[in-house]
Design a protein around this ligand. Sequence first.
Ligand code: NDP
Length: 240
Amino acid sequence: MTKIAIVTGGTRGIGASISKKLKSSNFKVIANYTSNDDAAESFSKENNIEVIKWDVSNYDQCQKSVNKIYEDNKHIDILVNNAGITRDAPLHKMSKDNWQKVIDVNLNSIFNMTSLVINKMRENSFGRIVHISSVNGQKGQFGQTNYAATKSALIGFSKSLALESASKGITSNVICPGYINTEMVAAIREDILKSIIETIPSQRLGEADEVAEMVDYLVSDKASYVNGSTFSINGGLWMD
Ligand code: NDP
């Protein structure tokens, strides 16, 4: 039976690499996105991967899409909670909107998506859930109280879910990437990015494919005893 994987934010950046890697491992991949139709359409065409548009911060949209995926495929075996955004500002300048938006997209989405697939995974006695956190959730970052709060919250969420789900053949693990070469990082001012790279022991950005390799392992049958763990991929930037 072909296993079905949902990758949120799976059409660009790290998510796109994860979608492609899981497809190459013979999973049927459904890649989600929220607004960039052009990027999603060309990703879908180039890779022959189904893409579906919904906003992971909106519970009703998640429910509608997940229900449709169950109708079409009967089961969802793998969930990669990858979609995420930044809205940086130091707390003394942070608007309520930028706080709320990041909480909704990066954290409330995790409840939305995971709660909608967990019951059927329990019934099927199988599931693999991977959450993409961040080095900045481990160590904090200037201007990212909102982002860091959501990314460290994923670690507590994942450990608690692992405790609740391990006896049902379900694993929940977290990956904390460091600075990865995607559009999110390209948006950082050039001089700031240069100074960040100087602090990375490997002296380079990571590649999205390097994160995808770890996801591919964690969702495999080989990783059934890896549960509630947090993995860093950061070139030595933060050792935790
Ligand atoms: P990108 O900005 O390159 O891509 C983000 C993807 O998420 C896009 O497919 C986007 O869709 C989708 N997305 C954004 N908001 C929503 C939403 N509300 N609902 C559904 N999909 C959404 O991000 P990255 O690849 O850089 O980051 C991916 C994850 O990795 C994020 O969680 C990020 O926090 C984390 N991360 C990234 C690091 C990095 O250095 N890049 C470092 C550490 C962690 P659309 O195309 O429609 O906009």
